[in-house]
Write a protein that binds this ligand. Sequence first.
Ligand code: NAD
Ligand code: ZN
Ligand code: ZN
Length: 361
Amino acid sequence: MPQQVRGVISRAKGEPVELVTINVPDPGPGEAVVSIAACGVCHTDLTYRDGGINDEYPFLLGHEAAGIVESVGEGVDTVAPGDFVVLNWRAVCGKCRACKRGRPWYCFDTHNAKQKMTLEDGTELTPALGIGAFADKTLVAAGQCTKVDPQADPAVVGLLGCGVMAGMGAAMNTGNVGRGDSVAVIGCGGVGDAAIMGARLAGADKIVAIDRDPKKLDWATDLGATHTIDASSTDVVEAVQELTGGFGADVVIDAVGRPETWKQAFYARDLAGTVVLVGVPTPDMTLEMPLVDFFSHGGSLKSSWYGDCLPERDFPMLVSLYQQGRLPLEKFVTERIALTDVEKAFETMHRGEVLRSVVIL
Ligand SMILES: NC(=O)c1ccc[n+]([C@@H]2O[C@H](COP(=O)([O-])OP(=O)(O)OC[C@H]3O[C@@H](n4cnc5c(N)ncnc54)[C@H](O)[C@@H]3O)[C@@H](O)[C@H]2O)c1
Ligand SMILES: [Zn+2]
Ligand SMILES: [Zn+2]
């Protein structure tokens, strides 16, 4: 029997979100229904609401979540009812060319649930990033459920499901930061600060945090930045070079995703250094630069999808490091809110007052 639960939807472009009743089908083959315990409010949810992803309204928002598997469909043997899981938005297929070449983090055919959740009148919902977890329960592909230690706080470890993993992975996986490296991170929101935390975990020596908001620079320092640059009043490229003996950083991570920040990242790096673009540009943005600069700087220009993570490999490991006190994941939870407060949380986020508001269910 389909269940009726509460869910936060976005019905039309730019309109405030609404708390409504939704229908969640029983899990079909390869699917699971998860009872949500906590779900972080990510910038991408706001981008969905504002039409920046696509126009497949109504959206069921929320995607940085942890919860308990309630039921599973036919053929599911990776999780079982009662398992505590963090949801992920890249359940790899194991069959596509990327998977077969041994690079599953690039999987070109990731899984979501096949059935649709609906409004009471039968209108099909589009779950944000194939998850839709601002809801009491949601339907996902079983591969989107990653088992982690049930002792962990769901509000904290649910954040691994998107922004924190994207940032940490941008440093550790895509940027391949190593012991003694110098790293600069442009944009110190949830994603940039997670990149700082990842760089620290990977053994970076200098970690330079760059933002236009002094409060963000304080938080970045708390998460491991060794130096800060206020981008509203300082030349970012010169300041990074000054802090790195005139060379530039080994790895520069752009966690804003605009042409001007990417250019700063490009020029703030040492010869043969690495640029990682993890901030998401909009389709109208373009870049014009002398081609010879690409040639003469050498090195590597990369982008990072979900931090090139493998949830099965990375989530349990990061939860374990958090539980040992080696990863201050709890610092990302600025406030805990109710399901009725998602719209208010968008405003707080917009004013730059939080790293993450987390809905507790
Ligand atoms: N690649 C992925 O898989 C992935 C996953 C999640 C999020 N993201 C993207 O990462 C980006 C950051 O997300 P977030 O949640 O941290 O957002 P956020 O809004 O919390 O943080 C952005 C930060 O950048 C700063 N900033 C803006 N313009 C700046 C500039 N010109 N110079 C310096 N600092 C500047 C802001 O002050 C803010 O602190 C977004 O584009 C988001 O869509 C990417
Ligand atoms: Zn694949
Ligand atoms: Zn997100």
